[in-house]
Design a protein. Structure first.
Length: 315
């Protein structure tokens, strides 16, 4: 039976563990502490928790001030409002100033679900990836989230961490390696490379298993760090298979698909298909309904792989 857990649970647990070890860690929230589960950090360390209120711009500006004072701030807010409303503050006060701020976008991807279309951040990775000096990390599940939070604390510089709200399958292992900027090669194959990020690793594994039954051997690469992307890993996988499909719970514009396309264009021209949300806004519904609606499922990955192989064979 598949174990389920919300990525925010792994985030909260790691934050508390770090708080016990490092007194310079401070946590800021935009009045969403219960939803973001930063309220648990507040219970343990009330003097190191700051509710800035529903003001993402002030949240980021204050976090930059803490960084200048030698603290390691984790600034938390809903991903859509954080990356949209506070973009200027992140650009100037965090990235231009090269401040050691960890910006944490909660309720990411399809996890806001029934909160409404306006709350679905399907372009947050694209926005954060465009900022000079900003590192972008998108863990697959609660287990990898814990590792990512701890790595983020020790990482020097601006960093954006994407955190989902609702339970998703645990697909990574506690002994899996995790290093910011280094992709994880989970499966070796010779026919097609499936490169995924975030919670789509689960659907990628399912697709790879079904493709294997059909005689198609998939190379599976998990890219938890969108920026800086692991160029060597992407190029090696593409060279090995000659075909690439990217998979993300995000717009195909500006996210993982775009990052991989840029790498391939410059280093290893390879036929590519991108699985993700198209050029559109979100809709309201349960998370499973949204994943079905946007076709963020193994069936869509398989369809893209088979279509890509047919096209490549016809050339």
């Amino acid at each position: 039976m598949t174990t389920m857990a919300a990525p925010r649970e792994g985030y909260s647990q790691a934050l508390i563990q770090l708080g016990k070890q490092h007194e310079d860690l401070v946590v800021l929230d935009a009045d969403c502490a219960k939803s973001n589960m930063t309220n648990l950090f507040k219970q343990e360390f009330p003097d190191r928790f700051f509710n800035i209120g529903i003001s993402e711009c002030d949240l980021v500006g204050t976090a930059a001030g803490f960084a200048l004072a030698g603290k390691v701030p984790f600034a938390n807010a809903y991903a859509n409002f954080l990356t949209g409303r506070a973009f200027d503050q992140m650009r100037i006060s965090v990235c231009y100033a090269n401040n050691n701020v960890k910006v944490v976008g909660h309720n990411a991807g399809t996890s806001p679900a029934q909160e409404g279309a306006t709350h679905l951040p399907l372009e947050d990775i694209s926005l954060m990836r465009s900022l000079p000096r900003m590192t972008v990390v998108v863990p697959a599940d609660a287990v990898e989230m814990e590792k990512a939070v701890k790595a983020a604390y020790h990482f020097e510089g601006p960093l954006y961490l994407r955190v989902g709200k609702l339970p998703v399958p645990i697909v990574t292992q506690r002994d899996d390696p995790f290093q910011i900027g280094k992709a994880i090669h989970y499966r070796r194959g010779s026919d097609v490379s499936i490169i995924s990020t975030g919670i789509m690793l689960d659907e990628t594994f399912k697709a790879a298993e079904e493709l294997e039954k059909r005689g198609i051997h998939a190379d599976v690469l998990h890219v938890h760090t969108i920026k800086p992307i692991d160029v060597d890993a992407v190029v090696q996988s593409a060279t090995r298979t000659g075909r690439v499909v990217t998979v993300e719970e995000h717009s195909i514009i500006g996210g993982l698909g775009s990052a991989v396309a840029e790498v391939l264009a410059e280093h290893q021209p390879t036929p590519l298909r991108r699985v993700g949300t198209q050029d559109r806004f979100g809709v309201s519904g349960k998370m499973d309904e949204l994943l079905d609606f946007f076709e963020l499922r193994a069936a869509r990955i398989i369809k893209s792989v088979e279509g890509l192989m047919e096209t490549a064979e016809a050339l």
